[in-house]
Design a protein. Sequence first.
Length: 171
Amino acid sequence: MKPFSKNIIFLDTEFSSLDPYRGEILSIGLVKLDGKELYIELKHNGEVDEWVEKNIIPSLKKPKVSREEAVERIKEFIGDTEPYMVGYVNQFDAIYWHKLFGIENNPCHWIPIDFASILFASGINPERYNCENKNNFYKEIGIDHSKYRKHHALDDAKLLREVYLRFVEDK
């Protein structure tokens, strides 16, 4: 596969609810194509879904920053390059990203790239990306996914970068 652009950034977010009307971003992981990374945890005093309380909240250990500080740190990290955001099943990531930045303030290209769709279009079941799926493809592509924490925004973005690079190399 030959990507349209190398100006990309890998993104994953964790959020308080799957309901975008109630939820907010709790953490953001960003990884550039060259491997530089940024991880931020945001202050949140609202309610969280039961699944989030059990699976996400215990992994949040860093000092929390305000939404305004998160926006500034992300903009500084990204710079003025307007990269394409690449996420795995990025619908929720994109929604919460736009809730954080608004439409006019978005430092990335306005079209998010969904890696699950890339897999699908390549004839690969997107569910095979899921580490918990018994038929995942990590061993086949030579990646040890066990070194990444599940449901951790930075680790998920780092794993996505590693898979993407392998996918681009092998195709």
